[in-house]
Write a protein that binds this ligand. Structure first.
Ligand code: NAD
Ligand code: TYD
Length: 334
């Protein structure tokens, strides 16, 4: 039985990953989910599996050295999702990003080194490369992160590498593009626009809406991580992408069309500071190993939109309290 420490497992990708692991491996895995339950952590994402005997939840901070040191000796594989993850919040208030994304990764790496875990997967992001107008970034390209979020992630990415190079810790680093799917906190583009459109609220598009992102279905990302745990080479970085680049305007139009809502909901607002124009990753390296995404964008985006339609209680509960405070101050001109 493989014993996993999944950090940030109550968030969007982490909770999808826990579902993925339990569906695929059942009792062959034991999962410890360490999550601080920040505004983005939500145990409802895991209510269907919370009573499984091979799953346990621990509410705690990855920066807590003592706690992490007590957990690590029972662990074979660490998958570090825990992070502050929203670019806009990192622009307004970078502190927690430096603390969790960089220092928290250090605490995990140090404990993993001391207890000798079998694999450490650092979930990095394509945003560490910065923006590219033409072509796509390879794993060997220079990192030029441009937001406090992506700079923090770049710090953790290279720190993880240093633990491979210096101490021989079996680290694998993934740099994935923008995920979409169920359980994504409705501050990110797709769930924000889908839920706002359902509520007939405006869709706040930054700048001219022509920024480009590559979109991957979250289950494909989970599958790539699983693939790299067994097939990835220690010390290596792997780009993971959906092969589906779209402008924000394209995404917005698709959402409005799918929900049968009017174009008048589109509202252009001031651009994000330092807004990266385009993200694009070259995925030849992971393809050569034998992995590629299996979900079609057309179908997976439809089923994602349908999920938000059917699970209004999940996001209506989120869109209150702290969320409304953030929303009002961030989108004050909408
Ligand atoms: P998320 O914000 O939905 O979830 C983050 C989770 O981490 C939450 O459950 C939160 O409670 C937890 N957390 C935050 N600080 C913590 C701390 N100090 N200790 C323990 N837990 C803490 O984020 P997400 O979109 O699921 O992203 C997960 C990871 O994937 C992040 O590392 C992110 O950088 C990376 N990533 C995300 C995307 C994307 O499109 N969402 C793409 C590439 C990489
Ligand atoms: P986001 O989901 O925040 O992901 P990231 O910035 O990490 O790629 O944003 C995706 C794109 O959508 C990005 O170009 C910013 C844009 N965007 C808007 O135009 N309006 C919004 O309200 C949000 C949240 C994002």
């Amino acid at each position: 039985m493989k014993r996993y420490l999944v950090t940030g497992g109550a968030g969007f990708i982490g909770s999808n990953y826990i579902h993925y692991l339990l569906q695929k491996y059942g009792n062959e895995v034991h999962i410890t989910n360490l999550d601080k339950l920040t505004y983005a952590g939500n145990l409802e994402n895991l209510s269907a599996i919370e009573k499984e005997s091979n799953y346990r939840f621990i509410k705690g901070d990855i920066c807590d050295k003592d706690l992490v040191a007590t957990l690590m000796p029972d662990i074979d594989i660490v998958v570090n999702f825990a992070a502050e993850s929203h670019v806009d919040r990192s622009i307004g208030s970078p502190d927690d990003f430096i603390q969790t994304d960089v220092y928290g990764a250090f605490v995990l790496l140090e404990a993993a080194r001391k207890s000798g875990v079998g694999k450490f997967i650092q979930i990095s992001t394509d945003e560490v490369y910065g923006s590219i107008l033409k072509g796509s970034f390879k794993e060997t390209d220079v990192l030029e992160p441009s937001s406090p979020y992506s700079a923090s992630k770049a710090g953790a990415d290279r720190l993880a590498y240093s633990y491979y190079k210096t101490y021989g810790l079996p680290v694998v680093i993934t740099r994935c593009s923008n995920n979409y799917g169920p359980y994504q906190y409705p501050e990110k583009l797709i769930p924000l626009f889908v839920t706002n459109a359902i509520e007939d609220k405006s869709l706040p598009i930054y700048g001219d809406g022509k920024n480009v992102r590559d979109w991957i279905y979250v289950v494909d990302h989970c599958d790539a991580i699983d693939f790299l745990i067994s097939r990835g080479e220690d010390g290596e970085v792997y780009n993971v992408g959906g092969g589906n680049e779209m402008t924000n305007l394209d995404i917005t139009d698709l959402i409005l069309q799918e929900l049968g809502k009017p174009a008048s909901l589109k509202t252009f607002i001031a651009d994000r500071l330092g807004h990266d124009r385009r993200y694009s990753v070259e995925t030849e390296k992971i393809q050569q190993l034998g992995w590629q995404p299996s979900f079609s964008f057309v179908e997976a985006i439809k089923s994602t939109i349908q999920w938000y339609r059917e699970n209004t209680a999940w996001w209506e509960k989120i869109k209150t309290g702290e969320y409304l405070e953030y929303y009002k101050s961030h989108y004050q001109h909408v």
